[in-house]
Ligand binder design. Structure first.
Ligand code: BGC
Length: 332
């Protein structure tokens, strides 16, 4: 081989090796940059990851619960993953609960609608994941804390308001959100325990109507058709009042009907303003969401906590609306 060929080969080899070196040097710089971006963003991640499982995402009450929890994120260095079925579906809630346990999140906040939630609550706690029940409790489970309405007391409050507003004279129909769910059972029990003490009040019908306005309207319509002496309705969940009013209107009975229902959602407040609903039992969904995150942090950090936090309850009538609106304007 002559010298020129040899030098050319050596030169080519040198150039190729330098090219590779430069390429790998550049790549390592890029990779280092990626790693440092990843590390920085990991440092920026919140310290805790909680899952909050509600009953129905497409619902004003549950949106407020979610907003409360989200508002607590920055105060407590938490990311709250807010999940739930689009429409009420306890089986789907149970699946979401199971997934949260398998993902080993730092805490689970769940509405314990019925007994099927108890084994999952216990399983989570046994695996070291603290659980808080919200809106509906599971007293017999290993949950650390319950945050929400005292549902029996809420039923009593509704009963007392009906007695007061109807001067103790009424033929009553009840629409429950569900016969199987504890919170609705307690709201009915609290109510009947009060009104049954009053001679002029008689309960003539009770039906369940999921938590949808369509169901409530159908049930109220059938009840009114069957008992034409009904003068008052009590609804135990947010959209019952809307359904009751629609049914009474279609049978032209709205002017003589007394209606009391749950939750200060916009539609109910509008019906109260129009005089079509007479009283609303107000719960505090935003506060429930916020406090659930706050108390979960207390549990994790071994700070003292109570096992039950009952949020405030009140009755709103049309006379209360101006003060309420005034307070709201003051807040904003
Ligand atoms: C109850 C919730 C329920 C909602 C549905 C509220 O009054 O507290 O449990 O999901 O009504 O309408």
């Amino acid at each position: 081989m002559n010298r020129t060929i040899l030098y050319t080969i050596l030169l080519l080899a040198f150039l190729t090796a330098s090219g590779f070196s430069l390429y790998f040097y550049h790549q390592s710089q890029v990779d280092n940059e990626k790693i440092s971006v990843m590390l920085t963003s990991q440092q920026d991640l919140p310290r805790y990851h909680f899952v909050l499982i509600g009953e129905e995402m497409n619902h004003e009450y549950w949106r407020l619960v979610g907003q409360g929890a989200k508002a607590a994120e920055k105060d407590f260095d938490v990311f709250v993953e807010y999940v739930g079925p689009k429409r009420s579906n306890p089986d789907e809630q149970l699946k979401l609960f199971d997934m949260a346990i398998k993902s080993k999140v730092d805490g689970i906040i769940v509405q314990a609608l019925n007994d099927q939630f108890t084994p999952l609550i216990d399983q989570a706690v046994e695996q070291g994941i603290p659980v808080i029940t919200i809106d509906t409790d599971s007293e017999g489970s290993m949950r650390g804390v319950y945050i929400g309405t005292d549902n029996y007391e809420a039923g009593q409050l509704a009963g007392k308001s009906l007695v007061e507003d109807t001067k103790g004279e009424a033929t009553v129909a009840i629409i429950s959100g569900s016969f199987d769910h504890d919170l609705h059972r307690l709201r009915v029990k609290g109510f009947t325990d009060i009104v049954e003490q009053i001679n002029g009040i008689e309960i003539v019908a009770i039906e369940e109507a999921a938590i949808s306005r369509v169901d409530a309207e159908e049930k109220a319509y059938n009840m009114l058709a069957e008992h034409d002496n009904i003068t008052a309705f009590y609804g135990t969940s947010s959209y019952n009042g809307v359904g009751i009013v629609a049914a009474a209107k279609s049978l032209k009975k709205e002017s003589e009907m007394y209606v009391i229902t749950f939750d200060a959602i916009d539609e109910n407040l509008q019906l109260l303003k129009n005089g079509e609903i007479n009283a609303i039992v107000e719960q505090q969904p935003f506060e429930m969401g916020y406090t659930s995150v706050e108390k979960m942090i207390d549990m994790i950090k071994d700070k003292p906590f109570d096992d039950v936090y009952h949020t405030e309850l009140s009755i709103i009538r049309d006379v209360d609306l101006p003060i309420r609106n005034h307070q709201k304007d003051g807040d904003s």
